[in-house]
Design a protein around this ligand. Structure first.
Ligand code: GLN
Length: 211
């Protein structure tokens, strides 16, 4: 089976684990310690609160070093919302101090771009042509849920590919990006019934790299 860890320090990790374990070919488990990072084919960094998650990583040197080594080895990672912030190289606009960041992706993010919790919303987004769904067939559009979500406000390298945008107050903003083995989405595909993003990521992004 494909072994997918989900960082389980805080936030919406159970939802990811449940969806991933509903696939016959996946074994998904919580990652709380450095030792949990061993023998892992892919890692999900969930939504939650990135300052809190970053602090919890920062006080556990073993976990921190193991996560950084997964980044250095190019193990596929997918950050949703706060997880996308952790994957970025710089964050702006948080109410809280800048979190510890894994700096895996050459993007800068703006936190809470769409406003506070009460401004949460679900909208339809259309993936760009980069996002091909060889294994899941459909996927012209997704319902995406945004909860105090960040956006990728600046892209620092040509190999960052924009997978989806949405329009907010007449601005087109980037809400899904990919760079090499790393994927960041502003929204929460683990909170909608549609499991296509998980299926796509496992089958198109993790399986092909499995040794
Ligand atoms: N606003 C949160 C942060 O800055 C992210 C919110 C979320 O993950 N739903 O970390």
């Amino acid at each position: 089976k494909v072994r997918i860890g989900v960082l389980a320090l805080q936030g919406a990790f159970i939802e990811h684990i449940n969806i991933l374990n509903s696939f016959d070919h996946v074994f998904s488990f919580p990652v709380k310690t450095g030792a949990d990072c061993e023998n892992i084919d892919g890692l999900v960094l969930p939504g939650g609160e990135s300052t809190t998650m970053g602090r919890l990583i920062g006080i556990d040197t073993d976990l921190k070093e193991n996560l950084e080594s997964l980044v250095a080895r190019g193990v596929p990672m997918w950050g949703t919302c706060a997880g996308m912030i952790l994957l970025s190289k710089k964050s702006h606009g948080g109410k809280f101090p800048d979190p510890y960041l894994l700096r895996a992706m050459d993007i800068e993010v703006t936190r809470n771009y769409f406003g506070p919790q009460t401004m949460s919303f679900t909208t339809t987004i259309h993936p760009t042509d980069f996002m091909k769904f060889e294994t899941t067939k459909r996927m012209e559009a997704f319902d995406a849920t945004f909860i105090r979500a960040p956006i990728a406000s600046s892209i620092g390298s040509e190999d960052v590919r924009v997978l989806a945008t949405t329009v907010h107050e007449e601005n087109e903003v980037i809400v899904a990006v990919e760079q090499g083995p790393f994927l960041g989405t502003s929204f929460h595909p683990e909170l909608t019934v549609d499991d296509s993003w998980h299926k796509w990521w496992v089958n198109e992004r993790v399986l092909p790299t499995k040794k």
